[in-house]
Design a protein around this ligand. Structure first.
Ligand code: HEC
Ligand SMILES: [Cu+2]
Length: 485
């Protein structure tokens, strides 16, 4: 009996000791897992970059005190060709400077408001755990600066933005950017990294209206955007500004959406995202075509580029891409891989009713001009319809084109210099560098499948619009060009 009691006692004590030991171990683990307890060693100044670039990866550096010095600048910039806008910026760019940290860093953030600025501002960083994400501590008048600090507790890609009333207006004027908090040990290595952020803009004038454009509060409230763009302006990522990679490389894009209103359906034409950090968090989805990025949200996408070419970045709410500016380019150089992508293998006539039909033509089916002698006014009006159906998407409603992507047809020196060359472009397509009104374009216009009459009409419409030289293009001229004259 006594023995039994003793053994029970010993057993209980042993259990207690083991229990204590477990508890202790758990505490040790907790300390490692709890980012709030990560020890910082040393102080460094943060590298800040303007888009589309990002600072060097954090890699395996230990947590540190990280000094971030950000200056707010209100300054005039270019929204689109001939369209100016006064942007409010973090660090002088839209989106603002990219901030790269690691989990456990103690960020000491100094926000300076340049003395030439007109308004007070502040910053709300979604990576901050604390009141207003820092906004309450960072409200700063022109000619002043404020410092506050925070510890990064959650890995991920976060938006920051101004949160000074009227908040929507400060965001609509470009006051947003991204801050990355890398996990312990850093993100997996890739070959190229870029910073892209979408935003919607609201101007007094319609899209393309020239001159300095003021912000339009009514349109902003109605969510009726004039411009939807990557990196603050039309053409920030096209032509010479395109991001680049080489065949075989892995590319990671840090993509944010400043809004203020619109959700982005982010897509790269001709690519599939191998990995997407959904909403910028830990969840990784694979093999994704289009990822949804909410206003005030972000995503990290990566993919390997396997074949050369120009890959178009868009908001796949597609009118925004072709009519409002949400279009960028990734140019990939390197060797072709015909096994992965062949290009055109063969081109031929498709005759669903069999080749014999061709030798016994049905009169009604031959596309002969309906009216040989249309008036100029009739041609222009028919040509306008062709234009709206086929050319408008790229060359835009008033022939103004899109900076660095699609050349203008309005008042185009290239167009007016050589009618036959212009006709040939519509008949055969065009690729390679051309200069239109002093600006270089190096892109691809696909060949248009139009009848001779439609080509004559659309060219006549273009030549008789937008200050061009008023040529009346006849069907016989189109046929001459077609036959190589
Ligand atoms: C898919 C977009 C797209 C469409 C649709 C398109 N174009 Fe183009 N166009 C281009 C691009 C890109 C170029 C410049 C090609 C280059 O860089 O070599 C161009 C160049 C031209 C040029 C010569 C340059 C200039 O500005 O004068 C003319 C003329 C032209 N296009 C007419 C037309 C007409 C007419 C239509 C409709 C029937 C049309 N295009 C449809 C993209 C397009
Ligand atoms: Cu502000």
């Amino acid at each position: 009996m006594r023995h039994l009691k003793l053994s029970i006692l010993i057993f209980t004590m042993a259990a207690f000791v083991i229990g204590c030991k477990n508890q202790k171990n758990e505490k040790v683990d907790l300390a490692v897992n709890d980012p709030a307890k990560i020890y910082v060693k040393g102080t460094i100044e943060a590298e800040l970059t303007a888009p589309p670039f990002v600072p060097a990866p954090v890699g395996d550096r230990v947590a540190k005190k990280l000094l971030v010095n950000m200056e707010i600048l209100e300054k005039e910039g270019t929204m689109a060709d001939g369209v100016q806008y006064v942007y409010w910026t973090f660090g002088g760019s839209v989106p603002g400077s990219f901030i790269r940290t690691r989990i456990g860093d103690e960020v000491e953030f100094t926000l300076s408001n340049h003395p030439d600025n007109k308004l007070p501002h502040n910053i709300d960083l979604h990576a901050v755990t604390g009141p207003g994400g820092g906004a309450t501590s960072s409200f700063v008048a022109p000619g002043h600066k404020k410092t506050f600090s925070f510890k990064t507790l959650n890995p991920g890609l976060y938006v920051y933005h101004c949160a000074t009333a009227p908040v929507g207006m400060h965001i609509a004027n470009g006051m947003y950017g991204l801050i990355l908090v890398e996990p312990q040990g850093g993100l997996p290595k890739v070959d190229k990294e870029y910073y892209i952020m979408q935003g919607d803009f609201y101007t007094k004038g319609e899209n393309g209206e020239r001159g300095l454009q003021a912000f339009d509060m009514r349109k902003a409230i109605d969510e009726d955007a004039d411009y939807v763009v990557f990196n603050g302006k039309v053409g920030a990522l096209t032509g010479d500004n395109a991001i680049t990679a080489n065949v075989g490389e892995t590319v990671r894009l840090y993509v944010g959406n400043g809004g203020p209103n619109l959700t982005s359906s982010f897509h790269v034409i001709g690519e599939i995202f191998d990995n997407v950090h959904v909403e910028g968090g830990d969840l990784i989805n694979t093999n994704v075509q289009t990822t949804s990025i909410p206003a005030g949200g972000a995503a990290i996408v990566d993919f390997k580029v396997d074949v050369p070419g120009t890959f178009i970045l868009v908001d796949h709410a597609i009118f925004r891409a072709f009519n409002k500016g949400a279009l960028g380019m990734l140019k990939v150089k390197g060797k072709e891989n015909k096994q992965l992508y062949s290009g055109i293998k063969q081109e031929g006539i498709y005759n669903p009713e069999g080749a014999t039909i061709q030798t016994m033509p049905d009169d009604k089916k031959i596309k002969t001009p309906k009216k040989q002698n249309k008036t100029l006014a009739q041609k222009i009006s028919d040509g306008k319809q062709v234009y709206t159906k086929t050319c408008f998407a790229c060359h835009q409603a008033n022939g103004e084109g899109i900076a660095n992507a699609f050349p203008p047809l309005a008042n185009s020196d290239y167009l007016n210099a050589d009618v036959k060359r212009a006709i040939s472009i519509v008949l055969n397509g065009k690729t390679g560098e051309i200069t239109v009104n002093g600006k270089k374009y190096n892109s691809v216009m696909t060949r248009q499948t139009l009848t001779d009459e439609e080509v004559a009409d659309v060219m006549t419409y273009i030549y008789n619009s937008w200050n061009n030289k008023k040529t009346n293009v006849s069907i016989s001229t189109v046929q001459l060009v077609k036959n190589g004259h």
